[in-house]
Design a protein around this ligand. Structure first.
Ligand SMILES: CC(C)(COP(=O)(O)OP(=O)(O)OC[C@H]1O[C@@H](n2cnc3c(N)ncnc32)[C@H](O)[C@@H]1OP(=O)(O)O)[C@@H](O)C(=O)NCCC(=O)NCCS
Length: 331
């Protein structure tokens, strides 16, 4: 067996194809509710990453060049420079042959070589992933839950009532729709709103606050464009002072237009207690109804301990579809 790192400048289409084949075979078995990984989305991550931090990719292949496992290593640069995030995936037909361990060891060595002192990795909360993580010495850092909302059967009347009650508590605020990349005059406000995500629970994870800058925001916008994702952002603003109070962001992938991915929702501490989280999300649903009426499913992730956001999501009809665990280890 041989592990080969992918050169983002000169990607070998056979290696990329093999990696996508493994990721897709695993998705079909482990999490069919997820959106597929495509050759182009995988390539965008290797060449640009989520926010101009390209993911390092490697494939484990046999002597006939068949890819059997994929390793992705993310090395944050804007903050959390002590972290190496490992993503390990073995073809479901070829598990329990030591390939996962080989790939994990290579990931730890690479993270260490890049000066990282903590590795993070995620698994589904199922016996195989958990047994593997414990076996390689990872410790549980946080429990994560994925929920989905069925837009076709939403109780719009119920949402209208919830909106009316919440609007009463939020009459000092106005909501703005902001499609696509952040307009120049809103960059400062959006940065303030983005920073509020640092208040979300991180449980035992050895991570630091995220640091945001105009360059990072632009890099995020650019990646969304490259991925072919249409971005919708609703911003809450305090009427009297004009202060940005909260936002919620949704993405619809041009290739998978029936599915919307919920990105961040956050309300700035000083503006909490006015039901802005709920109002923002209902406003987003109404907007999607007009702009993206084909959307059937909305998907969101939360830390299991994020009671407040989960309370809002349950009220909006979200139901649990998967449980995952964020693992960590000092290396
Ligand atoms: C988890 C995963 C990477 C393991 O890959 P793998 O190639 O089967 O792992 P290994 O063969 O190196 O397993 C090493 C040890 O982990 C444990 N283990 C792995 N899979 C297991 C399972 N399904 N049930 C019980 N123990 C398991 C065993 O102790 C195993 O040693 P053994 O086979 O000698 O008993 C693979 O199942 C996978 O890709 N899962 C989906 C993605 C994922 O969860 N990745 C993140 C892991 S942190």
């Amino acid at each position: 067996m041989k592990l080969t790192w992918l050169d983002p400048e000169h990607l070998d289409p056979r290696a990329v194809g093999g990696a996508v084949a493994v990721l897709e075979a695993a998705r079909a078995v482990d999490a069919p509710h997820l959106l597929p990984t495509t050759t182009s989305s995988f390539t965008v991550m290797l060449q640009h990453g989520w926010e101009a931090e390209p993911t390092l990719g490697a494939v484990l292949h046999d002597e006939r060049d068949q890819v059997v496992a994929v390793l992705q290593v993310s090395l944050p640069t804007w903050d959390n420079r002590h972290v190496g995030q490992l993503d390990i995936c073995v073809d479901p037909r070829l598990r329990r042959r030591g390939f996962g361990t080989m790939v994990y060891d290579a990931g730890v060595a690479r993270a260490r070589g890049e000066g990282r002192t903590v590795v993070l990795a995620e698994s589904w909360d199922e016996p195989g992933g958990v047994a593997f993580a414990k076996r390689v010495g990872l410790e549980r850092g946080s429990d994560e839950v994925q929920r989905q909302q069925d837009v076709l059967t939403l109780d719009w009347r119920g949402l209208d009532r919830a909106h009316e009650a919440a609007a009463e508590l939020a009459r000092d605020y106005e909501l703005l729709r902001m499609p696509g990349a952040t307009p120049e005059h809103m960059v400062g406000a959006v940065l303030e709103l983005t920073r509020a995500i640092n208040d979300a629970p991180i449980d035992a994870l050895a991570i630091e606050d995220q640091v945001f800058s105009p360059e990072r925001l632009r890099a995020f916008d650019e990646t969304q464009r490259r991925l072919g994702r249409r971005i919708y952002r609703v911003v809450a603003r305090h009427r009297r002072t004009g202060a940005p109070a909260g936002h919620t962001i949704m993405a619809v992938d041009a290739e998978f237009p029936w599915h919307a991915s919920q990105y961040d929702t956050s309300v700035v501490r000083a503006h909490r207690g006015h039901r802005l989280g709920l109002l923002l999300k209902i406003a987003m649903l109404r907007w999607l109804q007009t702009e993206e009426p084909q959307v059937r499913t909305v998907s969101t992730w939360n830390a299991a301990s994020n009671d407040h956001m989960i309370g809002v999501n349950e009220l909006l009809g979200y139901r649990v579809v998967a449980n995952a665990i964020a693992w960590q280890r000092r290396v």
